[in-house]
Design a protein around this ligand. Structure first.
Ligand SMILES: Nc1ncnc2c1ncn2[C@@H]1O[C@H](COP(=O)(O)OP(=O)(O)OP(=O)(O)O)[C@@H](O)[C@H]1O
Ligand SMILES: Nc1ccn([C@H]2C[C@H](O)[C@@H](COP(=O)(O)O)O2)c(=O)n1
Ligand SMILES: [Mg+2]
Length: 238
């Protein structure tokens, strides 16, 4: 693999070379190119995991859909998985409904079991996990149960008044899209979500995206992060 990497280095521009020194990019190379050529066992591959974080209404779901369609990621939304579970005849349905209505965080064991199932049935090795982890408890439990850390964390930074405006205009019938629950979700975001962003920032994994402007303007910022990964993908054929 490293012989291929050296060859690649010779043929690319200075800017692209700089991106190769990014630990995330190096991890991507290791993740997707090391095993396949050795024993050809696809099951030994590990997925490339991206956590997508940001306040309520910051546009995580909207941007994830675009990332998934353009860069071939599987999009798993923790909130969506919980809403599906809540609406199915599940033993946890009532608990999930109450927690979401209160703007709080569902116990990690429930959310992680849904995420694990979704990862196992995903058709792509590149996974976006939208809206997770929402607390240090979520994060620590995920790393313990799933046994991996994310390769990349995208954080959408958006002013509160813009997030509130977007949620109130969403009109999807969500039980948490009302002012009383929004206030609680914003507090949970500051108190519980932000420590997770800070944790991964200290590990150099966070790409902060300014989440104001049109959907397309924001996606252009996002695209630049993923484009450097795709550039490598084309060369390394994973
Ligand atoms: N850049 C934007 N400008 C205006 N409206 C937007 C923008 N991005 C998303 N929206 C709209 O704002 C609402 C919230 O967006 P979205 O559902 O993607 O946010 P989210 O971060 O996933 O929120 P939540 O955490 O509540 O699930 C949606 O109605 C979406 O269509
Ligand atoms: N890790 C998570 C993700 C979501 N939830 C609950 C609480 C959220 O307010 C709600 C909606 O999530 P969203 O669609 O906004 O991502 O789902 C949780 O408890 N834990
Ligand atoms: Mg969402």
């Amino acid at each position: 693999m490293w012989r291929r990497f050296a060859h690649l280095s010779l043929s690319i521009s200075r800017t692209k070379l700089q991106s190769l020194q990014d630990p995330t990019v190096l991890k991507l190379i290791n993740t997707f190119s090391s095993d396949a050529g050795n024993d050809g066992v696809a099951s030994s591959r590990k997925p490339f995991i991206t956590f997508v974080l940001g306040g309520p209404g910051s546009g995580k779901g909207t941007q994830c859909e675009k990332i998934a369609s353009i860069f071939g990621f599987a999009h798993l939304s923790a909130g969506e998985l919980l809403r599906e579970e809540m609406s199915s005849p599940s033993e946890n349905g009532e608990l999930i409904r109450n927690v979401i209505k209160e703007g709080k965080i569902v116990p990690s064991a429930i959310t992680i079991s849904l995420i694990k199932r979704a990862i196992n049935s995903a058709t792509s090795d590149k996974i976006l996990i939208d809206g997770f982890p929402r607390s240090e408890e979520n994060r620590i439990a995920f790393e313990k149960i799933i046994g991996v850390e994310p390769d990349l964390v995208i954080f959408f930074e958006c002013p509160e008044e813009e997030m509130v405006k977007r949620i109130l205009g969403r009109n999807q019938g969500r039980i948490d899209d009302n002012m009383e629950t929004i206030r609680k979700r914003l507090k949970v975001f500051e108190d519980l979500n932000m420590p997770v962003v800070e944790h991964y920032s200290s590990k150099g994994k966070v790409h902060k995206i300014t989440a104001t402007g049109t959907v397309d303007e924001i996606f252009e910022r996002v695209r630049q992060v993923f484009a450097s990964l795709r550039y490598l993908k084309a060369f390394l054929s994973f």
